[in-house]
Design a binder for this molecule. Structure first.
Ligand code: DGJ
Length: 743
């Protein structure tokens, strides 16, 4: 029966000669376009779910070219610019046909647009809507049916006209060690862009995600919001037009960055542009975040609903100083603390040139006999005998000029043959040319060899520490050099698909000097991403706060570093460090042997406690309660609530002692008003001295409307038995509370 229904629903509808409105809907949102054969395609509406006639009656129907091209209305922004072989770059797209189908909970509208002047150019504009969450996707497909190549000079994935001239934009920006800063500002008149040309590390400075508050504000719970994110592992480009000439709407366009990226599309070839994912809500940015997270966990992130392990990563503890003794000690110690996975980071490889710093050995993925004379297997066995799993670091897309790989294949790197390349880390690092099929085999082989030789490797950390600084392929012909950035990204995708086809289960963390690759496009291949090299817990609150706007907690690695942060020169006590890391996927990044007795006891307890709240953190719905950016407050707070709303965990952090605060009142969200919740402090500083609120039973209504006061966040630390050697830590007070419905 179900089979028949599916078959029936995927029958395509041919277009009529009359203008017709087409709508696709999610449970709470609708998108409407109007199509008529031989006419431009019009975008009409994206907003809360509604009947077409109501949208007309309310005057909410826009009429805006849904995929404007250069050459027809040149005073307007354009999403498409295509140059024919003879130089003609004017295009007029008109509707040829509309196909509408429904498959596995996804309703899809595909509109074929043909260029009137050059009919061999076809662009398919795709819109799809999910039936189980409020997500709509858009992308395009360029098809060259002609005999000669054409050059795509602008080929956006999506155009979204928005009926508001008073938008507030939330975006993420930053740099290494300071990724994902949340910035909120009105979209003033003119054109605002967010884009990157870092190539292999597209999220290093800007993130391909945004939220727009449509009524002159963007708040957590109560305003219309459109949020969007691009699924692309390469250079991206967003334009926000707020101009009078563009007509009424604010116009968003997003897709591949066309800068220095003219794409030659050979005869009979096609290019599918990356998908742009949108959500619309009238319930503020909190709801937008939750929808994106749910969609990511269910539809985009590999193993999105599987729990992630607590790990120890060797990097900040020993850096390149990998030895059998140091690794053995760390592995045993994390097992004793209750960790579940030990990861050997950079510095284990280089059979000819041992990797002692960033200057050598990338490309030579054999074990360094100087570092690990007995190889990796004894470490894997040790991990297993201690009841934990084993992982190892690689950076397979890179090479150092001092390496056996570079000696053999100097032509495998991106660089212009006629001048010295720009080197990356260590003054010797270069990016391999992934467009070269031999290089693709090599990169696949790095993973394949390791996992074949050591089938018990459970986890790989895949790092990438260089942008595409030398944008020249020694493999591509000269006339196709401007295809590099797109072809490189597609080649990476091909390699990752090949790896996943053979190794669907191995857990792979994506890292790019921290969060340089934080993008939804990587999610089908990497279970998690390293959020930032910044492990100073105070700074991390801001980074995680920013990242969590778009990315779910279970994919954001957050590690407890040592008390002293080498980045910020700050000392932070252990409880605060644990409480910050526990808001995402918890791990550790230090030498556990350096913990004093009190800290060790605390770490053991905190790891055990994290396991009890893990399902909430890693699968719950996120509610932001107090933003660290809120100037008038001196604390930050968020919570995760399970689907049944009978369990939640609330995190609160005091940020500054110097800001006045007599009461810290925190109002919960997402609970059941009429339910009663028992409060339990998770991992209190001292096991026998929980917070005053511990054990109290409070109604959902009071928790949400009146809020709770947490004097512990105000108290100064006068303890005679501090957990760490750190003094003067009164800024860094925090509390974690578990809420369980009393039934
Ligand atoms: C950069 C990463 O962000 C670090 O965590 C570490 O893996 C180093 N690379 C190793 O070189």
């Amino acid at each position: 029966m179900r089979k028949i229904a599916l078959i029936l629903s995927s029958i395509c509808l041919a277009i009529s000669a009359q203008a017709k409105d087409y709508a696709i809907s999610t449970p709470n949102s609708s998108l409407i376009i109007t199509a008529k054969e031989g006419k431009p395609l019009y975008f009409r509406y994206y907003g809360s779910r509604a009947e077409i006639k109501d949208i007309y009656s309310a005057g909410r129907m826009l009429k805006y070219n849904a995929y404007p091209a250069f050459g027809t209305n040149c005073n307007m922004p354009y999403a498409s610019l295509v140059k024919q072989h003879n130089g003609d770059n004017a295009v007029k797209f008109v509707v040829e046909k509309v196909e509408q189908n429904e498959n596995n909970g996804l309703s899809k509208l595909t509109v074929s647009l043909r260029d009137v002047a050059h009919p061999s150019l076809l662009v398919k504009v795709n819109y799809s809507a999910y039936s189980d969450c409020d997500i709509i996707k858009m992308n395009t497909e360029y098809i060259n049916e002609g005999k000669k190549p054409v050059v795509l000079q602008k080929y956006m994935s999506s155009v979204l006209p928005i009926q508001s001239d008073n938008c507030v934009l939330l975006q993420l920006e930053g740099c290494h060690g300071n990724e994902c800063n949340e910035r909120v500002a009105p979209l003033t008149e003119g054109v605002h862009t967010i884009s990157t040309q870092c190539g292999s590390r597209p999220a290093l400075y800007q993130n391909a995600s945004f939220m727009l508050g449509l009524d002159g504000r963007i708040d957590e719970t109560n305003c219309p919001v459109v949020a969007g994110t691009l699924l692309w592992m390469g250079n991206f480009h967003f334009e926000f037009h707020n101009t009078h000439i563009a007509g009424a709407p604010t116009l968003f366009m997003g897709g591949i960055n066309p800068a220095a990226s003219d794409y030659t599309l050979a005869s009979k070839k096609s290019l599918t542009t990356p998908e742009m994912v949108f959500t619309y809500t009238n319930n503020g940015k909190g709801e937008a975040t939750r929808t994106l997270h749910r969609w990511a966990r269910k539809h985009q992130l590999i193993d999105g609903t599987k729990e992630r392990e607590i790990l120890l990563n060797s990097w900040e503890g020993v850096h390149f100083d990998i030895s059998e003794t140091s690794m053995t000690d760390m592995c045993r110690d994390i097992a004793k603390l209750g960790g579940e996975l030990f990861v050997v980071d950079d510095g284990w490889f280089g059979p000819k040139y041992p990797r002692n710093n960033g200057k050598t050995s990338l490309g030579d993925w054999g074990v360094s006999p100087q570092k690990l004379p007995n190889g990796i297997q004894p470490l894997i066995d040790l991990a297993h005998s201690n009841g934990i799993k084993f992982g190892i670091w690689i950076e397979p897309e890179m090479v150092n000029s001092k390496s056996e790989l570079y000696e053999k294949h100097p032509d495998w790197v991106l660089r212009h043959p006629d001048f010295e390349p720009t080197y990356g880390r260590g003054g010797t690092q270069l990016l391999l040319d992934l467009t070269n099929p031999k290089v693709q085999d090599f990169v696949f082989g790095v993973v394949d060899d390791l996992l074949t030789k050591y089938p018990d490797i459970y986890y790989l950390k895949w790092d990438n520490n260089m942008c595409m600084q030398n944008a020249y392929s020694q493999y591509l012909p000269t006339e196709l050099q401007s295809n590099l950035s797109v072809d490189f990204t597609l080649a990476l995708e091909k390699i990752l698909k090949r790896i996943r086809a053979k190794y669907p289960k191995v857990v792979i963390q994506l890292c790019s000097s921290g969060g340089g690759r934080l993008n939804y496009g990587y999610m089908p291949y990497f279970q998690e991403m390293w959020t930032s090299d910044q492990t100073d817990a105070f700074h991390r609150i801001y980074i995680q706060w920013g990242a969590l706007n778009f990315y779910p907690a279970n994919m954001l690695g957050a590690h407890v570093g040592s008390a002293f942060s080498k980045y910020t020169q700050r000392f932070i006590p252990i409880k605060f460090r644990f409480d910050v890391a526990s808001m995402c996927r918890l791990g550790m990044e230090m030498v556990p042997a350096k913990l004093n007795d009190g800290e060790r006891e605390y770490a053991k307890r905190a790891f055990a406690e994290y396991k009890t709240i893990r399902p909430l953190v890693q699968q719950g719905d996120l509610y932001r309660l107090v933003s660290p950016h809120e100037g008038t407050k001196n604390y930050a707070s968020l919570m995760y609530v399970n689907e049944a709303k009978d369990k939640a965990v609330l995190f609160a952090y005091r940020l500054f002692t110097w800001r006045r605060a007599n009461h810290i009142i925190i109002r919960a969200q997402g609970l059941k008003e009429n339910a009663m919740y028992r409060i339990r402090e998770v991992a209190p500083e001292y096991a026998n001295k929980p917070a005053k609120i511990n054990g109290k039973v409070i109604s959902g209504r009071v928790l949400m409307q009146e809020g709770i006061v947490l004097p512990e966040l105000l108290a100064t630390q006068n303890s005679t038995e501090p957990l760490s050697d750190v003094r003067g830590v009164n800024d860094y007070r925090s509390i974690v509370l578990e809420l369980t419905e009393v039934k």
